[in-house]
Design a protein around this ligand. Structure first.
Ligand SMILES: Cc1ncc(COP(=O)(O)O)c(C=O)c1O
Length: 414
């Protein structure tokens, strides 16, 4: 990706009005995009335009604006499919976020296919969203859960992959850790899963905003994503799955839209994907997601990735030089092999104290367990501070974080 074009970050920043505001007397330095990205004005305007000119419920009305709203909603599905490398838009189920997408797999596919004693293989670095639904199924069904461990260098330890994957029905793995930035070798995991006869579920929440996604090349079976981390609005995400798998899955939520017929003694479900979209869907949000995808595609995902690797490299090099042993950056050491999610420890300061003091300088970083408590236990910490980079961040933002860390140091020395 080094031959990808460079991003014009100054031009990009002009599209994000929030970046012009001040916080606590300082310019806003937003380093929490792994939690949720900011939105360019193009996304906000697309949603405004929809509400001001086109809004009506979808799939129901026969009048003009209802047809226009349905067209805009389904067009967003087609854009999403193209962006993920899926050839069939009807393989995209819209959900409210990736958490709901992962729950859909566990509750619909899982309940239909897993019996007591059946095994599911996860990893120790999963977000709670890819652990808790499986723990619920364990409680309900008595399924067996196994975990691929995290190595000391914060990569995924595949030493025991063949043994752990033997006999499992499904492997659930994150495409990028939201704590460590680790990018597990999905190709190896998919190959091993195929040999074991297991399906593969990928949590793409942190991947899709930052790297080109190609579910066909990945050859997985399920892929979840969430719109608000990829410049889109909150309230929209989704699941891609192979059509034949979706068609064999029972509905998850019941209600309007998801049926073809309802009688007093039963119902016939709708076709996929609408079978999984009970009730009025997030229409404006899907249109906003479509606008976010247009924005990302215009920049080019290879260019987005190149910028991220370069800025991650700048972050790791300059802050390590500046703070030496006072700063520990978690996760893989090679910027090209990881994402720009940078958890760190600074001196012996508590992550929440770091986050609060940084906020006084306008710098937003996350502190906590990042919804990955099993990983925190593996790392031997209760929490980390986490800076995460995106396409509107630049070297000045990283320098501002460094300056704010110096202030934190002075403050706590006092
Ligand atoms: C890897 C990963 N999975 C799942 C989620 C859950 O995302 P959402 O809250 O949008 O469902 C997150 C969000 O932080 C994440 O980073």
């Amino acid at each position: 990706m080094t031959d990808a074009p460079t991003l014009d970050v100054a031009k990009i920043r002009a599209d994000f009005p929030i970046l012009d505001r001040e916080v606590n007397g300082h310019r806003l330095v937003y380093l929490d995009s792994a939690a949720s990205s900011q939105k360019p004005r193009q996304v906000v305007e697309a949603m405004d335009r929809y509400y001001e000119t086109t809004h009506a419920n979808v799939h129901r009305g026969v009048y003009q604006i209802a047809a226009d709203a349905t067209h805009a909603f389904e067009e967003a599905r087609a854009k999403t499919a193209r962006f993920l490398g899926a050839s069939d838009p009807e393989e995209i189920v819209f959900t409210k976020n990736v958490t709901e997408a992962l729950n859909l797999v566990a509750h619909s596919w899982g309940r239909a296919n897993l019996r007591e004693g059946d095994a599911v293989l996860l990893t120790e670095m999963e977000h709670h969203a890819n652990i808790v639904p499986w723990l619920q199924l364990q409680q309900e069904r008595g399924i067996e859960l196994r975990y691929l461990p995290v190595a000391d260098d914060h990569t995924l330890d595949l030493t025991d992959l063949d043994r752990l994957i033997d006999g499992v029905k499904l492997v659930g793995v994150t495409a990028m850790s939201n704590v460590l930035g680790t990018i597990p070798p999905l190709d190896r995991i998919v190959t091993a899963a195929r040999s074991a006869g297991a399906l593969v579920l990928v949590d793409g929440a942190q991947w899709t905003p930052h790297l080109p996604t190609d579910v066909a090349a990945l050859d997985c079976d399920f892929f979840g994503f969430t719109g608000h981390k990829m410049l889109g609005p909150t309230g929209i995400g989704g699941l891609w799955a192979r059509r034949e798998i979706l068609e064999a899955m029972p509905p998850f939520l019941g209600g309007g839209e998801m049926i073809r017929d309802v009688r007093l003694d039963g119902f016939t479900p709708n076709e996929v994907p609408w079978r999984f979209e009970a009730g009025t869907p997030p229409i404006a949000e899907a249109i906003g997601l479509g606008a976010a995808i247009d924005y990302l595609e215009a920049l080019g995902m290879a260019a987005v990735r190149r910028h991220e690797v370069e800025l991650t490299s700048y972050f790791m090099r300059t802050l390590s030089e500046r703070f030496g042993d006072d700063l520990t950056i978690h996760g893989p050491s090679e910027p090209a092999e990881r994402g720009g999610v940078l958890s760190f420890a600074f001196r012996d300061l508590h992550p929440h104290d770091i986050s609060q003091v940084l906020d006084q300088e306008g710098v937003c970083v996350r502190a906590g367990h990042h919804c990955a408590k099993p990983l925190m236990r593996r790392m031997g910490v209760g929490a980390t501070a986490r800076a995460s980079l995106y396409l509107y961040n630049d070297e000045a933002d990283v320098d501002a974080l460094g300056d704010a860390l110096e202030s934190a140091s002075d403050f706590f020395d006092f």
